[in-house]
Ligand binder design. Structure first.
Ligand code: UD1
Ligand code: CA
Length: 502
C-alpha cells in the first residue's frame, strides 16, 4: 500500500469542552493509548506522502505524541472550526492530490476502512467521499441528507437539525477523502453561519454538491468504528470496544481468558498460545508473554517479558522486568525496575524485587526485599531477608554467590558480598563480607534462665488472689465518697504506686 498522491490530515486542535477536562481531548486515553496516537497509527500503513496533525490546544503535548510516529504538525490558533483547520493546513499539504481527513477523537477507525474509503473515492472520481455510519442513537453527530436517488446533498449539524433531520440515523464520521483541487475553492466560500461562528468542513459538502461535483458516501460496515469521544461516557464506551477488539485477537491466537470483560490488554501486548489469563488481569505497555503461562487473577504486568511456562500467582504487580522460562512469582509479589529472574527462579508471597538478578533456581519465597542485588544459581533466600541497599544518600549493591543459604530475618547491609556456598545464620545483620563456604553469624547470644517463667507465674498468682470481690466493692465505695467531697485547694498527695513487677 503506497499512496504518494495523498496526505492524511488529522484534526486535533480542539479543546474538547464537553469532556470538562484540563487535558486536551485528543490526549485522553482509551484502549491503552491516547486518542490521537490511535488515529495516527491507523493511518500509517497507508503510506501517504505525509501525515499532518492540526494542533492547537496543548499543541506541544500533542506534537510530542505524534511526531515520534513520523507525523508533522501544523498549529491552528485560534480554532475556528474544522473547515478553518483544513485551510490552516493548506500550505503544509502542498501539492498532494487527495486528502484523507480524520478527526483526532475517533480512534477506533481501522486502516482497512480508510483504504476502502480511498478506493471508493478514486474509483468514483469523486470530489468528496464521506465515511458514514448508521447509528441506533445518532445524537450529537452531523446527519447525512440524501436526495431521492441516494446522492448526498448536505450534512446537517446536530444544532441545526429540524424535526425531520433529527430522524436521520445515518451520520457523518468526519472521516473523508477530498480531491484537493475541488476542496480548496469550496473552502474559500465557507461562511460561519452557525451558533459557534465557526467554519464547518461539513458545509463544504453542500457547496460541492451544489456545483454538481460528485459527493459519495460509504457506510462503515461496523458503525462502532466511527465513534467519537466528545463526552466521558463516549470515552468509556470507546475504551470498552478497544479492549474487546484486542481480547478477540488474543483469544483467536490461542489464549484462554476467563471473564474476558474484566481483562485489559494494551494494543502492543503479545501473548503465546495456551497461556491462561484469569479474571481482572491487566497486561500493559509492551508486555510480551510466552506460551503456556498462567497469569493469576488481579495481577498487573507492565512492560514485562515472560518466557514460556511462567506462573504468576494472583495479585502480583510486575513492571519493567524479565522472567525466564518456568519461573514462578507470587501471590502478592512486587517486581519492578529491571528485576530479572532466570530459569526456574521462584519468588513467593510478599517479596519485592528491584533491579536485581536472581539466577537459575533461586528461591525467595517469603516476605523479603531484594534491591540492587545479584544472586547466584540455586541460592535460598530465607523469609524476611532484606538487602539494606540505601544508606540515606546512595544505593549500594549486594552480591550473593551460588548455592548460598541466607537464614530467615537477615539484614544484608550493602555494599556486601556473600561467597559461593556460604551460610548466613538466621537473624543476622551482615555488615562485612562472608567468604565462600563460611558461616556468617551476627546476632546477640541467647541467654536461658531456668525456672524463670514458673516463678513469675507463682508471683502473679499471689497478687491476683488479693483482688477479691470485697476489695473491688471497697474501691468503688471510696471513689464515690471522694467525688462527693468539695475539692480542696491543696494539691492532693500523690499516692505512692507500687512499681509494676516484671
Ligand atoms: C464533527 C462533525 C460532525 C460529525 C462528528 C463526528 C463538523 C462541523 N462536525 O462534529 O458532522 O458527525 O464530527 O465525530 O465538522 N478540531 C480542530 N479545529 C477546530 C475544531 C475542531 O482541529 O477548529 C478538531 C477537534 O480537535 C476534533 C475534530 O476536529 O478532534 C472534530 O471536532 P469536534 O468538535 O469533535 O466535532 P464534532 O462536534 O464531534
Ligand atoms: Ca467529535
Amino acid at each position: 500500500m503506497r499512496n504518494n498522491d495523498c496526505v492524511v490530515v488529522v484534526l486535533a486542535a480542539g479543546k474538547g469542552t464537553r469532556l470538562k477536562s484540563a487535558l486536551a481531548k485528543v490526549l485522553h486515553r482509551a484502549g491503552g493509548g491516547s486518542l490521537v496516537e490511535h488515529v495516527v497509527r491507523a493511518a500509517m500503513p497507508l503510506k501517504p506522502r505525509a501525515i499532518t496533525v492540526i494542533v492547537g490546544h496543548q499543541a506541544e503535548d500533542v506534537a510530542a505524541v505524534v511526531e515520534p510516529l513520523g507525523a508533522e504538525t501544523v498549529v491552528q490558533q485560534p480554532q475556528n472550526g474544522t473547515g478553518h483547520a483544513m485551510l490552516v493546513a493548506k500550505r503544509a499539504i502542498g501539492r498532494a492530490k487527495i486528502a484523507i481527513v480524520i478527526p483526532g477523537d475517533a480512534p477506533l477507525v481501522r486502516t482497512e476502512t480508510l483504504a476502502n474509503l480511498l478506493r471508493t473515492h478514486r474509483n468514483g472520481n469523486a470530489a468528496a467521499t464521506i465515511l458514514t455510519a448508521v447509528l441506533h442513537d445518532p445524537t450529537g453527530y452531523g446527519r447525512i441528507v440524501r436526495r431521492g436517488d441516494g446522492r448526498v446533498t448536505a450534512i446537517v449539524e446536530e444544532k441545526s437539525t429540524d424535526e425531520e433531520a433529527r430522524q436521520i440515523n445515518e451520520v457523518n464520521s468526519s472521516i473523508y477523502c477530498f480531491t484537493l483541487e475541488k476542496l480548496w475553492p469550496a473552502l474559500a466560500k465557507l461562511r460561519p453561519n452557525n451558533v459557534h461562528r465557526e467554519l464547518y468542513l461539513t458545509d463544504a459538502i453542500a457547496l460541492l454538491n451544489q456545483q454538481d461535483d460528485a459527493v459519495l458516501a460509504e457506510v462503515a460496515p461496523d458503525p462502532h468504528e466511527i465513534l467519537g469521544c466528545n463526552t466521558r461516557a463516549e470515552l468509556a464506551e470507546v475504551d470498552r470496544l478497544f479492549r474487546a477488539r484486542k481480547r478477540a485477537v488474543v483469544m483467536e491466537a490461542g489464549v484462554t481468558i476467563y471473564m474476558p470483560q474484566s481483562v485489559l490488554i494494551d494494543p502492543e501486548v503479545e501473548i503465546g498460545a495456551d497461556t491462561i489469563i484469569e479474571p481482572s488481569v491487566h497486561l500493559l505497555g509492551k508486555t510480551r508473554i510466552g506460551a503456556r503461562c498462567k497469569i493469576g487473577t488481579g495481577s498487573i504486568l507492565t512492560d514485562t517479558v515472560l518466557g514460556d511456562g511462567v506462573t504468576i500467582k494472583p495479585h502480583c504487580l510486575i513492571s519493567a522486568s524479565r522472567l525466564a522460562d518456568a519461573t514462578a512469582v507470587g501471590p502478592f509479589a512486587h517486581l519492578r525496575d529491571g528485576a530479572v529472574l532466570l530459569e526456574r527462579a521462584k519468588v513467593g508471597n510478599f517479596v519485592e524485587v528491584k533491579k536485581s538478578v536472581l539466577a537459575n533456581g533461586v528461591k525467595a519465597m517469603h516476605l523479603s526485599y531484594l534491591g540492587d542485588a545479584r544472586i547466584g544459581a540455586k541460592t535460598n533466600i530465607g523469609a524476611g531477608t532484606i538487602t539494606c541497599n540505601y544508606d540515606g544518600r546512595q544505593k549500594h549493591p549486594t552480591f550473593i554467590g551460588k548455592r548460598v543459604f541466607i537464614g530467615s530475618d537477615s539484614a544484608l547491609v550493602a555494599p556486601v558480598r556473600i561467597g559461593d556456598g556460604a551460610y548466613v545464620a538466621a537473624g543476622s545483620t551482615i555488615t562485612e563480607n562472608v567468604p565462600a563456604d563460611a558461616l556468617g553469624i551476627a546476632r546477640g547470644r541467647q541467654v536461658v534462665k531456668p525456672g524463670w517463667a514458673a516463678a513469675r507465674r507463682r508471683e502473679s498468682g499471689r497478687e491476683g488472689h488479693r483482688d477479691t470481690e470485697a476489695h473491688r466493692k471497697r474501691r468503688i465505695q471510696k471513689r464515690k465518697s471522694r467525688s462527693r467531697k468539695p475539692r480542696s485547694r491543696k494539691p492532693r498527695k500523690k499516692s505512692s504506686r507500687k512499681k509494676s513487677r516484671r
